[in-house]
Design a protein around this ligand. Structure first.
Ligand code: HEC
Length: 168
């Protein structure tokens, strides 16, 4: 091997190295371009973990603004648990009776007094107020508010009044 051969080799070898380096850079840019076009959803678990990590150790409500924030938080919590009044708050005794009470009181389910005077003889003596109170709190096999917790006291009142009217 002559010195000239070595020089030729080094030149070609250098060219190959340069070519490979340029090729590697091109591949990196192509890969980046493809990566950016991919629309990957954020991992929900990672999201949750991140917000837990960033959350303050404890919430402290202090001073004027703190009190307002605490109140707002309490009200939001209360609004969450408050159930909307049944039947859009209707005070139509018949409507409420038909939809919430008739299922038991028309068929005598679980010994529910049927809507005929005989079945109510002993009950009427308690007075309407007590009957309403019992319908609200539940009595015997009848669950509180006939199982409709979203009925207001007033709605129970009008439906009991409607029931008693039916007995006349
Ligand atoms: C799941 C069945 C059921 C539903 C629904 C139901 N009731 Fe009753 N109700 C009963 C039973 C059973 C009794 C008898 C309870 C007893 O005296 O042991 C009763 C009794 C009553 C009494 C008599 C209470 C007393 O003091 O003697 C009233 C008033 C009454 N229901 C009103 C209503 C009204 C108003 C509704 C609808 C909002 C309703 N009920 C829905 C089962 C039901």
């Amino acid at each position: 091997m002559s010195e000239v051969d070595d020089q030729v080799f080094m030149k070609r070898f250098g060219l190959v190295i340069v070519f490979l380096a340029v090729f590697a850079v091109i591949i990196i840019f192509v890969a980046l371009a493809i990566h950016n076009t991919l629309d990957r959803p954020e991992s929900q678990a990672r999201d949750v973990a991140r917000s837990e990590r960033l959350a303050p150790v404890a919430g402290v409500f202090a001073g004027e603004t703190g009190r307002a924030a605490a109140q707002a938080a309490r009200e939001a919590a209360a609004a969450d648990t408050a159930v909307a009044a049944a039947f859009d708050g209707s005070l139509d005794g018949q409507l409420i009776y038909d939809r919430a009470c008739a299922s038991c009181h028309e068929a005598g389910v679980a010994g529910a007094p049927l809507m005929e005077a005989g079945a109510w003889a002993g009950r009427l003596e308690k007075g309407e107020e007590t009957l309403v109170a019992n319908a609200i709190s539940g009595i015997g096999a009848m669950p509180p508010r006939g199982g409709r917790r979203d009925l207001t006291d007033e709605q129970i009142e009008v439906s009991v009044a409607f029931m008693l009217d039916m007995l006349d």
